[in-house]
Ligand binder design. Structure first.
Ligand code: SF4
Length: 344
């Protein structure tokens, strides 16, 4: 019997464009050298899987406004601090006196609010289904403590409609195991009706090799569309009911803007009306704005697989991980950053 590596190396079927939609997958595939064993007709596209990469400049502009105009203390995951907005990043705002704090979890921000009642603390809630439950938990804790000085600025994204929007960009998705641990793998089976193929994958080298081998096995057999869950030990069909219940209690689906991809209908979550006193946009009357990315940044084309990062004229010259021009170069899991670290 062939090993997954042997199945991949001996693949002789049609050309396949496989899209990863998870920054950890992108990073691990590079780190483990998996790209080097792919046959020439198999292309991996690093799609929109890094939360930082898909956060639009208008969202950063709103966070900067809260920090500089409303004097809020902004608590955020560290990567977001260097993401460029239209004019300023949060790091730039900090150099103008803004209070910007890196935290590890949204609950850290709740603790900071409780310890500093004189400060208005705003947590920047970005990311996919994997981080939403912890943002909901933060709101729940703030409510239990009757904190009036805590709110969240939301830009959470959900994957199912993004798969539909990106379906034509790839022949198959490497579905992110952690997202489907929360929402279940059943949704991937539903996507078959839209002609969308993919395999749910774990995060270790052997799990990634297995998932890629399964995709190529189906492609070689001419199956279309196809779906397999190769992360069954964690991602169940129905997901994590407790996490889903928490999301449904605190969040409502909405349209969402993805950096470089535009608005994808029904691909976001916003805090629901019952808890809107914890919604920083309502509390400080900060409307959504579209923002302006750097004119030369090609993040959108890269996330759709139209361009490779090194085909962006700014890659590695003007835009580097130390001096990122676009969001895809900020986080070490971003598409451009991963190519910069491993692919040059
Ligand atoms: S290399 Fe930099 S400027 Fe070019 S697409 Fe990537 S992030 Fe944007």
């Amino acid at each position: 019997m062939k090993t997954p590596k042997e199945i991949i190396e001996s693949y002789s079927g049609r050309s396949m464009r496989i899209m990863e939609v998870c920054g950890t997958h992108t990073h691990e595939i590079f780190r483990c050298g998996i790209r080097k064993i792919l046959p020439p007709q198999v292309e991996l596209i690093s799609g929109p899987g890094c939360p930082v990469c898909v956060t639009p400049p208008g969202y950063i502009d709103s966070a900067v406004e809260l920090a500089l105009k409303h004097n809020c203390m902004i608590c955020t995951f560290g990567d977001l601090i260097r993401v460029p907005g239209s004019q300023l990043s949060l790091a730039g705002a900090r150099s103008q006196g803004a209070k910007i704090k890196a935290v590890y979890t949204p609950l850290d921000a709740v603790e900071i609010a409780a310890a500093n009642p004189q400060e208005e603390v705003v947590f920047l809630a970005v990311g996919f289904e994997t981080t939403v439950p912890s943002a909901c938990l933060a709101v729940k804790h703030a409510q239990m403590q009757n904190l009036r000085n805590f709110s969240i600025l939301g830009s959470n994204k959900t994957m199912p409609n993004a798969y539909r929007a990106l379906g034509k960009c790839a022949d198959a998705f490497l579905y992110p195991g952690h997202v489907h641990t929360i929402i279940g793998s059943g949704i991937c089976r539903e996507l078959l009706a839209d002609g969308i193929s993919g395999v749910v994958a774990g995060f270790q080298a052997d799990e990634l090799l297995t998932a890629l081998a399964v995709i190529l096995h189906h492609a070689e057999a001419g199956d279309e569309p196809f779906f397999e869950n190769c992360y069954r030990r964690i991602a169940k069909d129905t997901g994590n009911p407790a996490a889903v219940k928490l999301i449904e209690e605190f969040m409502t689906p909405c349209d969402a803007e993805w950096r470089g991809l535009g608005v994808i209908p029904g691909s976001g979550l916003k805090i629901n009306k019952t808890y809107e006193n914890f919604d920083a946009r309502c509390k400080f009357n900060v409307p959504e704005c579209s923002g302006t990315p750097h004119a030369g940044c090609r993040c959108g084309e890269i996330l759709k697989g139209i361009l490779k990062p090194q085909e962006c004229p700014l890659f590695g010259k003007v835009c580097t991980p130390v001096n990122p021009v676009g969001a895809c170069m900020v986080s070490h899991e971003g598409s451009c950053s991963a190519y910069y670290q491993y692919g040059r």
